[in-house]
Design a protein around this ligand. Structure first.
Ligand SMILES: [Zn+2]
Ligand SMILES: [Zn+2]
Length: 232
């Protein structure tokens, strides 16, 4: 157990639980905030997981049909809205370990269930960003998935280029910004492996796509991907 996790265990005993979003006393997420989190449900793209609304069956969306991503399948838990945005902000900057606990409870009862993979990896942060933040928020989510599926989390996937923020960039610029940003350590053999790649949020899909490309180039047979939330 890391020092911060140890501290977290102690603080849990001393301090009563508060809603991660609005600070209401009583539970990790109050009923009003839970009601604002919208699960991605219904027919969706077999590849990127974008929902199609009430009508039509599962199929590949035109974007994935015309320009197939390097990941084989992506599924998000929540649609990106104010509530999931707040949750991701808390995960990244305030209370990552508590969000991991909340996330672990959610995935136990979620139909996403078990992914058919050999192990789990997180989309890595550059070491400078990691030093600033102290932890990788996607790794916390990856550990929750790994615990739930009883699969190992593998390290050795690294971000070698410190990319500028993707905010404000168009789709083409986002891909260019992430060119050669990821690398796999030779100590982590991926040949023929099926990997679950975990990220916090999917916006255009550029980050997941370039990360999946690096894993495929290193020999991965399949890259399934999952995010806490996706822009729909
Ligand atoms: Zn609340
Ligand atoms: Zn799609």
């Amino acid at each position: 157990m890391s020092l911060s996790e140890h501290f977290h265990q102690i603080s849990k005993i001393v301090l009563p639980e508060r809603c991660l979003r609005c600070q209401t006393l009583g539970s990790l997420m109050c009923d009003a905030c839970v009601a604002e989190l919208h699960f991605v449900t219904g027919p969706q793209c077999l590849c990127c997981g974008v929902p199609f609304g009430e009508h039509g069956g599962h199929h590949r969306c035109s974007r994935c049909e015309n320009d197939p991503p390097f990941f084989d399948e992506h599924r998000a838990l929540f649609a990106f809205n104010q509530a999931s945005k707040d949750l991701i902000h808390t995960l990244k900057y305030q209370n990552g370990f508590q969000v991991r606990r909340f996330f672990s409870k959610i995935i136990k009862n979620h139909p996403l269930g078990h992914f058919d993979v050999d192990f789990v990896m997180a989309v890595p942060l550059h070491r400078k960003r990691l030093a600033q933040r102290g932890y990788n928020q996607s790794e916390l989510l990856a550990k929750a998935w790994a615990d739930f599926m009883k699969k190992p989390v593998k390290s050795g996937f690294i971000r070698v280029k410190q990319t500028r923020s993707q905010t404000g960039l168009n789709r083409k610029q986002r891909f260019r910004n992430l060119q050669n940003a990821f690398a796999v350590s030779s100590c982590t053999p991926l040949q023929g492996k099926r990997i679950l790649l975990v990220d916090d949020v999917l916006t255009t899909g550029a980050t997941l796509n370039m990360a999946a490309k690096a894993l495929k180039n290193a020999g991965a047979k399949a890259v399934l991907a999952t995010s806490l939330a996706m822009v729909v």
